[in-house]
Write a protein of this length. Sequence first.
Length: 477
Amino acid sequence: MNFLFEKGGEAIAVLVFKGAEKASEANDLYSFVKERKLFEGKAGEVYSSPGNGKDVILLGLGEEYKLDYQVLRKAFYSLGKEAGRLKLESIGVHIPKFEDKCYGKTLKAVSEGLIQSQYSFDKYKSKSDQRVYLKEIYLQVKDDNLEKAKNVVSETQILMEGVFLTRDLVNEPAINMYPEVLAERAVDSLAPLGVKVDVFGKEKIEELGMKAFLAVSKGSEKEPQFIVMKYQGDPDSNEKLALVGKGLTYDSGGYCLKPADSMAAMHTDMAGAASVIGAMYSIAKAGLKKNVTAIVAACENMISGGAYKTGDIIGSMSGKTIEIGNTDAEGRVTLADALWYAATVENADRIVDLATLTGACVVALGSVNTGAITNNDKFMEEIKVASTLAGEPVWELPHDEEYMELFKSDFADLKNTGGRWAGAITAGLFLREFVNDKPWVHLDIAGTSHLSNPMGYLPKGATGVPVKTLFYLVKDM
């Protein structure tokens, strides 16, 4: 999709608030459809009609006092979808200055919504749906905003490339996406952008003492891969952020086998890993002047004669021992070693981990909010600011010390499960034990990284959440 900053396009989009008296550039059409109640101007509502040699699309923005950037994203997503339905390859739209709205953020939301409308994952369909994708968007902006507009839209395009990369990785079925493939995709996507990607196989993982990670991987014939991606955007600074993504490319539940319905989507259990790869892509391509290291412990959780079992007591890179109460609570076990590596070997100043960690988080927050646990309020506030800018809501969960009692073990340093209650909280607090007291935020994306049904501009399947949050966190830190 190419954005041009001039008049043009096969069709013109006209923005209309609900209840507006007039619609610039389409007053006659608007009066006609309004009188016949064919179009009200509700947020995301579209009405298209042939004009004088050019199609006209009325785009509703809802009630003016309710307008925000999320409304704009969703509305322009609807515009992009309508353009596809009409098989248009180009449209033009004038972007006004809305009262009390930052013009740059408005352009971000507009361009993102249009780009979002173009995503699909159809590589395994034998027949093409013959969709016509928008090739050119003509944005009319004020002359004094032209250079800023170009920069904002360019950055948004780069950011959405990272989001779409993440979606593609997560949507890939497990038969074609296993640890070695994930590592190859990380190298292929990031190395050309100057990111140093190191991939460690089983021998090196054993040498590092990652006993917890290795225990989870033992049931699979696929070799585990430990992936370290380093972006040095500011060589003059020693400050470093670590992004640690859960990398279970398939999770059967191990001997605590999942039900068939729950297992069907478990190729998405590496969404945390895909998110950090997508975020690193956008961070590097945008040339952000920050230092970021992304870490993924990639493996499968399967069943075999060598698989780890409930009741096992295993070691970890940190030296702490873990009693296995549930083999389906495997993500936190792999993350234990990945987080310790980030905190000690990489010596990161701050750490964010992302994981499809618990069904309990989905029960609590559904698919709208990502759950969060932290040991540092200031860092958590930065995440919240970034998530608001991204339109990816985050809800902080409590972390009272009393919850720690739930995963104490009689025979090891801790158990990998706290039982039925407060599952999202105890899982997060388990991870806290492996960050070596570094400022840390855990993001449980079990409900937000993958959808059973589309929601707004987010498609069915992988959503790419929270790539945008990570990007804005790094950009503004």
